[in-house]
Design a protein around this ligand. Structure first.
Ligand code: MN
Ligand code: MN
Length: 467
């Protein structure tokens, strides 16, 4: 008969070793994790929109010695540059010791998050209250956005070319809200399927209730609200047509749980990976072998389309410019490059166990979550990374002491999702998806684990530093 010890060693030899991250990291690392997460929270609290994320990214990059890239500038190993794409995306690079012809080590994340955008003709008065109409951006569960405090952030581009920044509802300022029906009168609404009970057209934000002028006049509350905006920003109703105003959840990030092991916030998807990729690049102490590139893209939540999305040639232009400075054809650089598509994945939620394959679900505190493929049904729409690419990443992560796991986003046929991975892969860049597992993804308040955040940072660093 086999002894207990023999059985154990035989199992250890051939079985996969899945352990909770807390059983694998040192005390020193947990201390580092806490300070990393404090920095992440600060980034998140300052970055409620993609534009604000870009601004903070540039501040941090400049403080770390990065300079704006100018076309044609000479680049030497160790040089740190960044390029902003129309205020809504940013690309950073640390030039490596090797030629760009040997490829780059790229991370690609996105800094746009689901939200409610304000329509071009938004303002109206009804029942002597003023409202603005919204158009949701990205995949949201609409019922989650009612009866919570909201802020208004964004920009108004004036006809004279000036850009006015709008920030309403910060700190102690008055907030906004979308009202919902009281249960006493909600019988009919309650019979509707969840995704029909809150039509997108009803996500109208309450802006005010106090009239100006004399009784009997029309639109007195709307006038009051519009005058407030005019006073503060010099904007008129027509200026909404050239504005990008976003309704986002009010408040800041917070620790969660009695043990404070989790972080709750708006916008983890995908600033949690974006910050990890950024911080890892800022923290590179030695000149990397290959050029390290960090892309923080916009528009992922609506398909990566448009001039600031990952499908835009803006990335190719930036990379092409870098390559030109070394007389390297861009296609040669791409074919030798690797990209970690760092975007969040679904964390296993025991409260909704039936939508997951428990054996293939990313788990909270099990570290950076690799996804060989995303997509839906028969992997439709997936960038299915090659086995060799996954092996390459396994090795890098293990050598870098990164706690990682691999999984799928939910059960086969339960749904699915996608990231920017396919657009990087389409460029002939070997690409693998990996990111932080999230609970309540796309909700106004999402949940991640500190350990997973920190391990994603370590994973990005290991990718940049790989020979
Ligand atoms: Mn995402
Ligand atoms: Mn998303």
């Amino acid at each position: 008969m086999m002894s207990k010890e023999e059985m154990k060693s035989r199992k250890e030899k051939v079985f996969a070793d899945a352990k909770n991250g807390y059983d694998r990291v040192s005390e020193a690392e947990l201390t580092e994790m806490e300070s990393y997460c404090a920095a992440y929270r600060d980034y998140l609290d300052r970055g409620k929109t993609e534009r604000l994320c870009v601004r903070r990214t540039v501040e941090l990059a400049q403080a770390a010695g990065f300079v704006p890239y100018r076309r044609g500038m000479a680049l030497c190993p160790g040089d740190k540059v960044y390029s902003i794409n129309r205020g809504k995306g940013v690309m950073l690079a640390v030039i490596g010791r090797k030629s760009l012809g040997e490829g780059c080590q790229i991370t690609a994340s996105h800094i746009d998050s689901p939200r409610l955008d304000i329509k071009p003709v938004p303002l109206y008065e009804e029942g002597e209250m003023a409202y603005c109409k919204t158009h949701y951006y990205g995949g949201i569960r609409k019922y989650q956005w009612v009866t919570i405090p909201l802020e208004l952030r964004g920009v108004v581009a004036m006809k004279d070319g000036t850009l006015t920044e709008v920030a309403l509802g910060e700190g102690d300022e008055p907030k906004f809200v979308i009202t919902d029906l009281l249960p006493h009168l909600g019988a009919e609404q309650g019979k509707k399927p969840l995704n029909e009970a809150f039509p997108g057209e009803n996500l109208n934000v309450l802006l005010g209730s106090r009239p100006v002028g004399k009784e009997g006049e029309s639109d007195r509350v709307k006038l009051h609200v519009m005058e407030k905006l005019y006073e503060k920003y010099g904007m008129t109703e027509a200026d909404f047509t050239s504005a990008e105003l976003e309704i986002v959840p009010a408040g800041t990030s917070t620790e969660l749980g009695l043990d404070g092991s989790l972080l709750g916030a708006y916008g983890h998807d995908d600033r949690v990976c974006g910050f990890a990729a950024l911080k890892a690049m800022l923290d590179l102490s030695d000149i990397p072998a290959k050029t390290a590139v960090c892309v923080l893209a916009d528009k992922e939540e609506i398909g990566s389309m448009g001039v600031t999305g990952m499908q835009s040639a803006a990335f190719d232009t930036f990379m092409g410019d870098l390559c030109e400075s070394q007389s390297v054809p861009l296609r040669v650089c791409y074919e030798n490059s690797f990209c970690l598509s760092t975007d969040v994945t679904a964390a296993y939620d025991p409260g909704f166990a039936d939508v997951y394959d428990k054996r293939n679900a990313a788990r909270i505190n099990y570290g950076l979550g690799l996804c060989k493929y995303t997509g839906a049904r028969g992997k439709a729409g997936a960038s299915d990374a090659g086995a060799e690419t996954v092996a390459y990443v396994r090795r890098i992560l293990d050598e870098g002491g990164v706690v990682w796991q691999i999984g799928e986003m939910g059960k086969v046929d339960a749904g699915g999702g996608g990231t920017v991975a396919q657009y990087m892969a389409n460029r002939n860049i070997a690409t693998l998806d990996a990111g932080v597992p999230v609970l309540s993804m796309h909700a106004p308040f999402e949940v991640v684990s500190k350990l997973d955040c920190y391990m994603t940072y370590k994973g990005c660093k290991a990718v940049y530093e790989a020979e």
